[in-house]
Design a protein around this ligand. Structure first.
Ligand code: DC
Length: 673
């Protein structure tokens, strides 16, 4: 779904259940390095799986740490303890600042020969202030490309360099807090006999991230003393100790979308609000204070150390006026919550929004207005007044500016009281921090079934409807129902069970169809756990499927299974009776045809490419026999629905048919850009 140009969210009705959030990137990479520097083995749970953590794990392996990936976010790291890292080593660190900066500091202090590089963008990200601080200490660090930027070479053969640790180590704090974090994580390696003092020059930015560093250091046995945000002392005798096991908190900014969801959505039947797993009241992340703001707007939030439970409380929400300096990222979620508040919500002290992934103040104002809100935008504030009544809401296509947070928070507009769908452009931009966001959202939200769009693509065998349906579903990020597969599976199950496909066995065959042990998994079809993806595509099974599909009781038995495919965010269904019988109220019905000759030729090409030898004539005869059977049967015969649009694909490429169907679909959507 993620690389689709847009994702349409149907109006959402309620939310409930449990969501497990992905681990925080900042915490994941800090924990990995601290575990690598410690004595003993650390069991790391809920590690984020992302590009940035992957390069860190690879680097640690190269340096001689034990890295045992157990799957499901569980990794065991056996630290170096006092040992020297393996050297020489060339470390490729992608675009992970959270790996480049701390590894540079740690390796420079430990000595050895290393080259650290990354992708082109990494070589444009400054590291000069950190290198200056390390050189001041006596470390040997050289630039291999541009002065002040990676790639770097660390060259100190023969063990640890002699370090000058008597004077305070000075580092700038106003470019990136990662320089200070890097020193705070590396210098405990050298604090055997004397206190080590770090002084920050300039105003320290991103203090919440330094807070995270200090909290994690404490869990690994290093109690840094802090005087304001200017002076940090690592006490003499500090030594890294593995805590044995550590749990990576989920990303608190990601939690904000689900906290807001719990506050906005009515509870699903039989469920008590929304349960958020992975981050809780003991979080060390600054954005966890979003909870206070959400409560002020009316959310009911309870929690434990590592989870949160959220329910709708005050409704409509209360408008608030809030200085958001302490939660700049999560505050974007408040701007969308403001759509559901009574009155005008004012978010102030958000000037930093202007220099993030995009100018978030202007972006937010522009997109909120598209939905019908009144927005007053200032240099460092936003005032948001929701649409006055449901009639004032608009179905909007939300531009996301390559900003993951725009995409994630605007999804919440799908709870609008006008029950309008919301289009999110470039939904794949969420991959920056939460690749699975929309799946997670759909797993805990519900829409009225009638609001979930269905596109039907019916037609005779080998008309290309399977290919067309799959392509349309992929483009829209919708689910796919290949209903022919269900008849094929029934035929296969019958042959496995030794039941002949004969009207005399109709009841037994229907019973079989009603309880097919089928699972659709990515591109595979499993029957009773066995992969039958290729088996059911065989021509003989196709003929048997056609025979079994003539039995009304079998067709009836498969109805519920087919309706079950109508799930968020939408469905493309292909078959013979999708538009006529199964989804008679579908939003778009396409009847795809092609001449018998053309279909026989296509099928021939397909089979030949699989190494199956056959002739066009025999295939054409089979096709025509199957068409006749499908069209003449008494129940749900193959025919276009009255309101279907006819598409003859004989002279068209697959891309042309896909484009035609998408055009028809666009024309039926309510969005104004
Ligand atoms: O589309 P297909 O070739 O995989 O379908 C196999 C058989 O199943 C087809 O000959 C007719 C039957 N079928 C049906 O009756 N109704 C559907 N919706 C889909 C398929």
């Amino acid at each position: 779904m993620q690389r689709t140009p847009f994702l349409d969210l149907p109006p959402l009705a309620c939310a409930g259940g449990s969501v497990a959030l992905p681990g925080s990137k900042s915490i994941s990479n800090r924990v990995l390095l601290l575990a690598a520097l410690s004595h003993g083995t650390t069991q790391v749970r809920s590690l984020l799986d992302s590009d940035d953590t992957r390069v860190m794990l690879d680097a640690l392996r190269q340096l001689g740490c034990g890295v045992d990936e157990r799957g499901g976010g569980l990794v065991r790291i056996t630290g170096l303890g006092g040992a020297q890292p393996r050297s020489p080593a060339r470390l490729f660190l992608g675009n992970a600042g959270t790996a480049m900066r701390p590894l540079t500091a740690a390796l420079a202090l430990l000595g050895g020969e290393y080259e650290l590089s990354g992708i082109a963008r990494m070589h444009e990200r400054p590291i000069g202030d950190l290198v200056d601080a390390l050189r001041q200490l006596g470390c040997q660090v050289a630039y291999l490309g541009n002065e002040g930027y990676p790639p770097l070479r660390i060259a100190h053969g023969g063990g640890r360099p002699a370090l000058q640790l008597d004077a305070p180590i000075r580092v700038r704090g106003d470019v990136s807090s990662q320089f200070l974090t890097a020193l705070l994580m590396a210098l405990p390696l050298t604090a055997d006999t004397q206190d080590i003092v770090i002084e920050v020059a300039g105003e320290l930015i991103s203090k919440p991230y330094i807070h995270i560093t200090l909290e994690l250091l404490a869990r690994f046995g290093i109690a840094v003393q802090r005087e304001g945000w200017r002076r940090f002392t690592i006490p003499a005798g500090s030594r890294y100790h593995s805590p044995g096991e550590i749990h990576v908190e989920a990303d608190a900014s990601s939690a904000s979308y689900f906290i807001a969801l719990g506050a906005i959505a009515a509870g699903a039947k039989g469920q008590n609000g929304l349960n958020i797993e992975g981050v809780g009241l003991d979080s060390i992340q600054g954005d966890i204070r979003f909870i206070e703001a959400a409560r002020a707007m009316g959310a009911q939030i309870t929690g434990s150390a590592n989870s949160l439970q959220v329910q709708r409380g005050t409704w409509p929400l209360r408008a608030i006026s809030l200085d958001c300096n302490h939660i700049p990222d999560a505050a974007m979620t408040l701007a969308v919550m403001a759509l559901y508040a009574e009155g005008t919500t004012e978010l102030t002290n958000i000037a930093s929004w202007r220099v993030k992934e995009t100018d978030r103040i202007t972006a937010m104002a522009t997109e909120l207005r598209k939905l019908g809100a009144t927005v007053d935008e200032g240099a460092d504030y936003l005032r948001i007044t929701p649409p006055a009544s449901p009639a004032e809401w608009r179905a909007a296509s939300i531009h996301t500016y390559d900003d993951h947070r725009m995409a994630m928070c605007f999804a919440l507009a799908a709870f609008n009281p006008a029950r309008l769908p919301v289009r999110i452009e470039d939904p794949g931009c969420v991959a920056k921090t939460y690749p699975d966001y929309f799946h997670a959202l759909f797993a805990v939200t519900k829409a009225a079934s009638a609001d979930i769009p269905v596109i039907c693509i019916d037609g005779p065998t080998a008309s290309g409807k399977g290919t067309l349906a799959a392509a349309v579903a992929a483009r829209l990020g919708y689910r796919l129902l290949d209903s022919g597969a269900l008849y094929r599976l029934t035929a296969l199950a019958a042959s496995q069970a030794g039941i002949a496909i004969d009207p005399a066995n109709e009841a037994a065959l229907a019973q079989l169809a009603a309880s097919l042990p089928v699972r659709f998994q990515a591109e595979c079809v499993l029957l009773a756990g066995a992969d039958v993806t290729d088996t059911i595509r065989q021509e003989t099974i196709g003929m048997q499927a056609s025979a079994v599909s003539r039995l009304p009781a079998v067709r009836q038995a498969l109805v519920a299974l087919q309706h079950g495919f109508r799930q968020l965010p939408g469905l493309v269904a292909d078959g013979r009776d999708m538009g006529t019988v199964i989804f008679p109220a579908a939003n778009l019905k396409v009847y795809l045809t092609a001449s018998a000759q053309c279909r026989a030729e296509r099928r021939h090409k397909q089979l030949i490419s699989k190494g199956i030898s056959t002739t066009i004539d025999s295939l054409r005869a089979d096709l025509e026999a199957r068409d006749a059977s499908d069209m003449q049967r008494s129940t749900a015969p193959l025919k276009p629905a009255q309101d279907a649009l006819l598409l003859d694909s004989s002279g068209l490429t697959v891309d042309q048919t896909v484009a035609q169907v998408l055009d028809w679909w666009q024309a039926r959507r309510p969005f104004s850009a």
